[in-house]
Design a protein around this ligand. Structure first.
Ligand code: GTP
Length: 425
């Protein structure tokens, strides 16, 4: 029996995802028509050995989270539960804090995922690899190739090519270490939890030695998976690298959500072809490439949609509209002949007649075949806004005949004039 754990973080996390994370917990942000974490859950459901999925985070149990959990419990076979940390305990603190619940039923191992990664999750292969390589005290880390420059923004793993052992691990190194980067997906054997106990005890004695009586309990319980577990495990003969050449990305910024949307839509050809819209009959819009249209959306037959577009619940798309490489969030309205390219249109936002909302698409460097970074920073080194996608937050109104280019519009704004490269507060 296996378990899966998804690290969903909490409200102070996901700052680069603002303003979109102001209105929904980031792990529930819909990508390719479904909440980010649902893609992880659906992958787990393909592996019969996984009997329980635990979401660990420090989000309060809001209405959105509650209703997602209720839906997920009904929809999926493995048991699904949310374990709430009392404060941010770091990437491994929650695993240690909830060790009894994780260990209940004696799982032979457990998978751990960062909620903000997107990939095709080759879980069955990871499972077999983990079983073949490790003992009851082992870690398998999933890794992929990046460019030398990109690698320094990630956790870097050095591998012994002959054995597959991870011999060295550094989180976001200052100088180049390895172009193999941590994908944020792992398999852990049960004894790794015991190792976490040693880290916890070290923290406790540091707290005691410091004589700081005000340091709260969370000081000892806050554990970094990357720095305090993966780093010492590397080179100990107990950590192995599962290399994947499959699509992979991280969802840190709004721009990377557009990229993840494209990845998941392309994966639907294999996993859920029925989710992709087709050019079926005269009454339906023209579909180009991969497009998801929610059954409750209304799209006019003269609209041209795609490629890489998600049209969510209750969205209305009027006559003559053009949309490509974009996400239209629930309740958004695109009025007649408007045009939306490389953009995210927020919940209940309205784009007026003949208006244009446009961002700049991520252009992968053709000389960097492993390029994975999707402009996660908002600003250049010289302090100027990076050309990126355009984002309209919740309930934004764009008047007719306006052009919004490479801009970010915060929630509840009415925009009456055109703008370029601006953050509209
Ligand atoms: P940044 O580049 O600083 O964002 O680092 P990162 O990409 O390595 O991400 P980070 O370490 O912040 O988070 C990795 C994953 O762990 C994400 O899915 C987070 O939501 C999750 N996470 C981060 N901190 C916590 C925490 O305190 N508790 C829980 N349960 N999850 C966390």
């Amino acid at each position: 029996m296996w378990k899966a754990i998804i690290l969903i973080g909490g409200p102070e996390k996901g700052t680069r995802f603002r303003p979109l994370s102001l209105d929904v917990p980031k792990p529930l942000f819909p990508v390719a028509g479904f909440p980010m974490v649902q893609h992880h859950i659906e992958a787990c459901c393909q592996v019969p050995e996984i009997k329980e999925i635990l979401l660990i985070g420090f989000f309060p149990l809001s209405d959105e989270l509650k209703s997602f959990l209720e839906y997920a419990k009904k929809q999926f076979t493995p048991s699904i539960r949310y374990l709430q940390e009392y404060t941010s305990l770091g990437t491994a603190g929650g695993l240690y804090h909830f060790r009894d619940q994780i260990g209940a039923g004696n799982p032979s191992a457990f998978l751990v995922f960062n909620a903000d990664v997107c990939c095709n999750f080759p879980l069955q292969e990871i499972l077999s690899f983990h079983k073949s390589k490790t003992t009851d005290d082992g870690i398998t880390i999933v890794a992929t190739e990046a460019t030398q420059q990109e690698s320094m923004s990630y956790g870097c793993v050095v591998e012994d090519a002959a054995t597959g052992e991870a011999t060295h691990y550094v989180e976001k190194p200052e100088t180049f270490v390895s172009s193999l980067i941590n994908c944020g997906v792992y398999a852990f054997s049960p004894k790794v939890l015991q190792y976490m106990e040693n880290v916890f005890k070290e923290h406790q004695s540091e707290r005691f030695d410091s004589g700081d009586d005000n340091a709260d309990q969370s000081f000892s319980e806050r554990i970094s998976l990357e720095k305090e577990i993966l780093n010492p495990y590397a080179g100990s003969g107990k950590m192995f690298v599962y290399k994947t050449k499959e699509v992979w990305g991280q969802i840190k910024s709004a721009a990377s959500a557009i990229h993840a949307n494209k990845l998941y839509l392309s994966l639907y050809h294999k996993t859920n072809p029925e989710r992709l819209a087709q050019n079926s009959h005269k009454q339906s819009p023209t579909i180009i490439g991969d497009v998801f249209i929610h059954p409750n959306a209304e799209v006019h037959s003269s609209a041209v949609i795609g490629p890489n577009v998600t049209i969510d619940d209750r969205v209305v798309v009027g006559p003559g509209v053009r949309v490509s490489n974009s996400i239209l969030l629930p309740g958004a309205v695109l009025k007649n002949h408007s045009c939306v390219l490389n953009a995210i249109i927020g919940w209940q936002s309205i784009v007026g007649d003949w208006s244009r909302v446009e961002g700049t698409a991520h252009q992968p460097d053709p000389n960097a075949p492993f390029s994975k970074i999707i402009s996660d920073g908002l600003f250049n080194e010289d302090g100027r806004l990076c050309p990126s996608i355009t984002v309209l937050g919740y309930n934004v109104f764009i008047a007719p005949e306006i052009i919004i280019l490479n801009s970010i519009v915060l929630p509840n704004k009415t925009i009456q004039s055109s703008s370029k490269n601006l953050i509209i507060l």
